[in-house]
Design a protein around this ligand. Sequence first.
Ligand SMILES: *Cc1c(COP(=O)(O)O)cnc(C)c1O
Length: 382
Amino acid sequence: MPGSETLDCVARAEIVVDLDAVRDNVALLRRRVDRPLMAIVKADAYGHGLLPCAKACLAGGADMLGVAILDEALQLRAHGITAPILAWLAVPGERVAEAVRAGVEVSVNATWALQELVAAGRESGRIPRVHLKFDSGLSRGGATEADWPTLVQAALRAEADGAVQPVALWSHLAYADEPGHPTIDRQLHLFVAAVEFAERAGLQSMTKHLANSAATLTRPDTWLDMVRPGIACYGLDPLGGDPAAHGLRPAMTVRTEVALVKRVPPGSGVSYGHSYVTDRETGLALVPIGYAEGIPRNATNVGPVWLGGARRTISGRVCMDQFVVDIGDDPVRAGDEVLVWGPGTQGEPTAQDWADAVDTIHYELVTRIGGRLTRRYVGDGR
Ligand SMILES: *Cc1c(COP(=O)(O)O)cnc(C)c1O
């Protein structure tokens, strides 16, 4: 397991991932939906660590894993993960044959991709399992309503030739984080119509899947044959609320230690550009992580941290390697712990608090955090 070498040692600056939280979140979602669940572990499991999180998801009862790119699927296979895996984003000429040989299920959006998959199947001596993606209104991946019949017919011909095995029809929602949004009904309706078309054409007993985390939490009518939660597996609420309200537990904590404390006089400009100036004699604490670690530079003067038993705000510019916090007269010392974000149980900010402060979503924050931070796993996720 990557990172296990740091299992017991607290590092100077690190991401701590609670694998039991990942397992328990997946188990809770799986119980609630009571049907197959594809746990999404793309982008290094949203910054939580691909392989340990994949194992924790499977321990929690995930029936399948989902990743964006072929390379992520191949990494899972290379590390002995035998569960079904779907990968849905390839460019022309990618190593599809390798993925097919590794038993990875592949999504196609267009007939050229289907032809590549057919060729990959011949090359690898295995019949590729394919998910046909329908664009029901996100206008991202998937075949449009206009292109769907052609894709379905091509898949049927390839199936008749024994060149592919269509196993699923799927789509993705644009507005699931607003549960009452009219586009959800419209997308569901269009997807059901696309499924009916495919069934009439001859694609029978396909697995139909549509729901991401937000839909898994709020829209049972979108669950169909399988759900595809990502962020909820890591304990964050896609709707921006308190994950505990859904029974979820955030898995990631970002922590470091104060590198230096000093007293400065009133009128001291702090960090590049002096965008923070002390209004009294005060103490400053130097925190040794910065935008190279994925702390957003626009957290300047707004990013929250837990330091010396209190919530505080970053003072001045976030730099590449460090930032500064005005600690007033509090007895903070070098070596004291700094919690950047975590589950919030010790008073520390959550990734949602950070998202609110820097005007983004927690998805982006947890996925981008890294750089020179080490990752340490707690719990065994088994
Ligand atoms: C990322 C992704 C998901 C998971 O989304 P969450 O909002 O993290 O649950 C599901 N399906 C597709 C196609 C995705 O790209």
